[in-house]
Design a protein around this ligand. Sequence first.
Ligand code: PEP
Ligand code: MG
Length: 834
Amino acid sequence: MLSTPDFTEITPTAEVRTSTHGNRAKCLQRLVRLDLPVPKTVALRFETVRAIAGGRMPDIRALLDVFGQGALLSVRSSSQMPDWGGPGTILNIGMNDEKATELAATHGQSAADALYVSFIRAYAVDVLRLDADPFEGPITPRLAKSAFEAEMDEPFPQDPCEQLAEVLKSMARAWEGTTARLLRQAQGAPADAGLGLVVQEMALGIGQGLSGSGVVQFASPETGEAQVTGRWLPQAQGRAALSETDAQFIVSDKRGKSLEDVAPEQVAALKSAGALMRQRLREEMQIEFTLMNGHLSILDAVRCPRSGRAEVAVAVALAEDGIITTDEALLRIPPFTLNQLLHRQVSPIAARDVLTRGIAASPGAATGKIVFSASAAQAMAAQGEPCILVRRETSPEDIRGMHAAQAVLTERGGMTSHAAVIARGLGLPCVTGATRLMLDSRKKTLTVPGRKIFHEGDVITVDGSTGDVLAGAAEMVEPALGGAFATLMDWADAARDIGIRANADTPEDAAMAQRFGVDGIGLCRTEHMFFDPARLTVMREMIFAENPSDRAAALDRLLPMQRADFIELFQMMQGQPVTIRLFDPPLHEFLPGDRDGIRALAEALDLPVSRVQSRIESLQEFNPMLGMRGVRLGVTVPEIYEMQARAIFEATIKASRKGAPVVPEIMIPLVSARREVELVKGRVDAIAAEVRSKTGQDFTYRLGVMVETPRAALRAGEIAEHSAFLSFGTNDLTQMTYGLSRDDAGRFMSAYVQQGVFPEDPFTQLDVDGVGELMHLGADRGRRARPDLIISICGEHAGQPSAIAFSRKAGFDYVSCSPFRVPVAKLAAAQLSI
Ligand code: PEP
Ligand code: MG
């Protein structure tokens, strides 16, 4: 048995570690320990490979002696983590004239020639990096050798020692290449990650009797269900069976020939090897095997490739079978994997014709015909045609179009722009900030530099999971929410120690939130209830009212609509907490922006177009996000908040009568001063008293504040005196802390991130250093003033694992995120608590 500082023969007791020899070497040792038929294997540790790359070759002769005279060898890479990659496998090292003659006698001339040519080709192209052309096509060993000599000015090396040394050197150096380094660092590898190598005696797969090679796994790569999947190719080596069209199935199959038909015992042995690996390696493995004259060898086993859905199914099945614990199942799944289960996705094996790339603002993918306006989207939907709404950016007017579309694509905007927030709420794939697109909504064209001009009706695919915009239709895979997914969510609920609520604006959102099993609604943005066309008109009347009595009349018409919304929401949430945020956006967002819309509004209000136009102009602001919105509206036009409070209290009474008692939570947006809270609180309390006395019914409610301005965080102590809860609105808080427009930052964000100004887009990843410090200050000051203060976060960051980690550490009570982010948030929260 060979064991030197450089070489370790893999035996059950040899010292082989993932941290020194890599993942493949360790896995092979486990297979050896399980007494599986693994050919003789020697592992090279990271340091040895690093030395080889640096020009110090170990004693290759000693290594070859382990395998004996005339053995053919393979070399495989063995990085510490499988995802970190490594150079490709080289087979048949040791092949030379003498060996070819010997093999011709035992295996036949054509088998020997095929092996020799394939080794010369691999040696020339993959090891010495010569041009592939001279070695292409059906050539003989003689031609291959002369092509080699023509390129290298020396004969093809006959000495196995020289061959092996070159192979090891080339693989060691490939690992140090810049591209390989960048690729593995993108997978989380440290800068000094090492590569191990594994030298193994070939089990040929070519020769007399039943010979060939194959790959098999026992869980479906798509669904993770137990299923024998794989291919086998007679008279072949390596993983050829996976790419050759004439490969056969492993188990009996109606569709064609199978290995089981001719070698039932060997297939049974493979099945029991798979079962043994599952039990002892605690993982579903993919096995690479050969048969040589009927004799089975297992060459290698890797964690079987799988989709996100299969990942969940495999982990849950392993835990249900008692092979791993439920905690381990939870820890094995990267939270964002769940996005693949919640939405349709572009199939991982589909061809992708990428037109351009933007910000992956809402996950999932959809294909449809391009439309440039909300009305075109609705018209398209009415004809049953899937469509993609393409806009420079979206506004409340586009909501109906978004509902009608399969996905949304915007030229501007970022993670928290209007399109992104709404799309996430609707579970609609969305790409924002696709700044290379040139959109002409008047001509109805979309130009992608270097590509054709797209017109309305042309088909594209929006991949909101990657940010890609693809030409044409792409092959999709469907979502899967039952079975293993539901089980995993139950386990996550049992493990997590922070509340997860949903941001839900409509009964549909709430239904989705309920499906994902939330702890309540943490943010209901009430303005989204007014985008329905019928309501929008009344809303506009209210905005256009020139005196209090006209405004009161319009609000009286909005009241029953709001009440009905809240009753439905409360009933749906069955007594769970529901936080309703009072009206937030600037009023002009509800007014039409184009000529047609203005004319339609003039008709509806029976006013001249010029009056409507001048009123719209008078509502325009230079900086609306810092203007007349949020609580500032509540203070200056108090009737809106009063109507909303009345609707909430009346709905509370109605819903409590029919079901579980409702304790509504009313939240005031964009607060920056204690007095704002006092004023709104005074009016809300008065409305509550009025409703109580009018109905003779009692109810309780909680009033709280959204902390969205730096000043609110700094003055949280005095604000908390009047608040039962504080919820950090990190979208606005980020915007205002950085002085960075959440709607415009997409234009330069990638340049900022690329140049390292920001480590990440702060609208995507919570800025724990800056915004986080304000949150800590606010939470501490608030709690000091009011120890029973409930604290949460409800900006779009709330679904991000890093923001959940922050919130847990800061002792927040819950996070509230878009319904479709709830599963990711639950899993992340569970992982943090384990
Ligand atoms: C926020 O600002 O974080 C928030 C949740 O409110 P909105 O996104 O509606 O401004
Ligand atoms: Mg806000």
